[in-house]
Design a protein around this ligand. Structure first.
Ligand SMILES: Cc1cc2nc3c(=O)[nH]c(=O)nc-3n(C[C@H](O)[C@H](O)[C@H](O)COP(=O)(O)O)c2cc1C
Length: 494
């Protein structure tokens, strides 16, 4: 993977986000407001449950902007990327080009541009002493049984202790004391960094950037190699190097146009209780001892906006889905160039069920595609492979392909006892409540080959079509007022 020095993309479609070469969440929010897609709630709203309830009701229709959340002067926003079409618009492409655009950026990241503190809006105000996160920030409690306030939309940025290269991920963070937070680290890159630092007896410096633009949010979810700084993918998505600032209390670089940054260190050999917390599968994950961030500084804009993601709603699901689809598509195409498209279904919480559109040339290939998908990410639990005449984005089409092209004794692949998502509650059945991490998330994988045979008698597998069904001009043919029908009835036909 090469880091590019120049921006080859046409960036004219990013005009909503560009202000003197800068990129900011507030510009996207202004764009949504101008186009009737932002709802302002200008009344006192409780941080505990009420804010999340309102945002959940608006999810997928309008972003919610709360001006008086929990009596704080800092407003809260939620749901500003809760539709595929909005995300495509933010990227400046048609929905059909969404995955290609993301893959292109993921494969050709663009080095970030370090700016001084004066040029970094996220450091306009700096707090390094007597930090009280609850007093500084309006941090909501979302679901009924959540164990208190959580930061759900923070980009957690850290450096690989071995190589110094940064990594970005979103992690749920429970704020359980004025300057201490517990964080869930599933076994990906941040987890590996923390383990490496801990083995050396060191704390891991981190920054949590809250309130970044949609493209930088998306970039954080790329499934990329360990030494890929996702901020460079954000740069490629923007078509220009992302301006970054060095934290005031450590060496981590953060998006300079973020609204808020919490700086800190993950302490070695310290664990504190975190959870329960309502997660993306729409179930609670249990209380467990987790890694702890000790806060060293908070910086923010003069007039910051706090972003919260309502767990399991469309903003959460799509944020994970689109970068995953893009990277899964590239991964599958590396071995199987005839894979045409993929979709992570909403019913499969945009994580577990992958639908693959494939132009099969030889018998057996669809099963290779299934196995390749299982290896691409441990979250993938079910894969359905369909032919190119099936719309991979339409659940009814997928079910139709399974109903008419799949036979369980012949076309089913089951892998027992693989690693799956530890957040899938069905993986806990038969495990003790206090199962150690190495025994969690054990899951079976199921693949369905719902493709037709390569060679088939046309009368068997030819899809019913009516010539002209897509091209007849209904506007020219259909009467607006049914006058002819009324005349017919008037003639005493009934
Ligand atoms: C809203 C949201 C919350 C997430 N929460 C967590 C979390 O608590 N722990 C975690 O390990 N991953 C979480 N993820 C997934 C990671 O951010 C994602 O897998 C990321 O790509 C991991 O980055 P890495 O592979 O560079 O480590 C979350 C994703 C989203 C969109």
């Amino acid at each position: 993977m090469n880091t590019r020095e120049a921006a080859p993309h046409d960036t004219s479609h990013f005009s909503w986000a560009r202000k003197g070469g800068a990129l900011a969440l507030r510009d996207w929010l202004a764009h949504l407001a101008r186009s009737g897609r932002l709802a302002t709630i200008d009344q006192p709203v409780a941080l505990e449950h009420e804010l999340a309830a309102i945002a959940k009701r608006l999810d997928g229709t309008k972003a919610a902007f709360f001006t008086q959340a929990g009596g704080h002067r800092v407003p809260v926003v939620s749901g500003f990327m809760s539709r595929r079409a909005w995300i495509a618009e933010a990227l400046g492409v048609d929905e059909t080009q969404l995955l290609a655009r993301f893959s292109d950026a993921a494969e050709r990241p663009l080095a970030s541009r370090l700016v001084s503190r004066d040029e970094a809006p996220c450091q306009q105000v700096v707090h390094t002493k007597n930090i009280d996160l609850h007093a500084l920030l309006p941090i909501p409690t979302h679901s009924e049984h959540d164990n208190g306030p959580y930061i759900t939309a923070g980009l957690v940025i850290a450096r690989n202790p071995r190589t110094g290269v940064q990594n970005v991920s979103i992690n749920r963070i429970q704020v359980h004391a004025a300057d201490r937070m517990a964080i869930l680290l599933l076994p990906r890159h941040l987890h590996a960094f923390q383990k490496a630092a801990e083995a050396a007896g060191d704390a891991l410096d981190v920054a949590v950037a809250i309130g970044v633009d949609p493209l930088t949010m998306l970039a954080s979810q790329a499934i990329s190699p360990i030494d890929c700084d996702e901020l460079e993918i954000a740069g490629a998505l923007h078509g220009a190097p992302l301006p970054v600032a060095q934290c005031v209390s450590n060496g981590v670089h953060v998006p300079a146009f973020a609204e808020i940054v919490i700086e800190g260190r993950i302490l070695p050999n310290v664990r504190e209780m975190e959870g329960p917390f309502g997660e993306f599968p729409k179930y609670y994950s249990a209380q467990e001892a987790r890694e702890v961030i000790e806060v060293t500084a908070v910086t923010h804009r003069k007039d910051p906006i706090f972003h919260t993601i309502v767990p399991a709603e469309m903003e959460h699901l799509l944020l994970g889905a689109i970068p995953r689809e893009a990277t899964l598509l590239s991964h599958l195409q590396r071995s199987h160039p005839n894979v045409k498209d993929v979709h992570l279904s909403v019913g499969g919480v945009c994580r577990y069920h992958l639908w693959v559109q494939f132009e099969k040339k030889r018998e057996g290939e669809a099963k290779n595609v299934i196995l390749c998908a299982f290896g691409a990410h441990y979250d993938i639990k079910q894969v359905v492979v369909v032919d190119t005449d099936v719309d991979v984005h339409d659940p009814a089409e997928i079910e139709w392909a399974i109903a008419t092209r799949f036979q369980a004794d012949r076309d089913l692949v089951v892998i027992e006892g693989a690693q799956g998502s530890p957040l899938d509650p069905s993986t806990t059945v038969g495990q003790p409540e206090d199962a150690p991490a190495y025994l969690q998330g054990i899951s079976a994988k199921m693949g369905l080959d719902a493709t037709r045979p390569v060679a088939y008698a046309s009368h068997v597998f030819t899809r019913v079509r009516i010539p002209g069904e897509d091209t007849v001009d209904l506007n020219a043919l259909v009467e607006a007022d049914n006058a002819a029908f009324d005349t017919y009835l008037g003639d005493g036909h009934v």
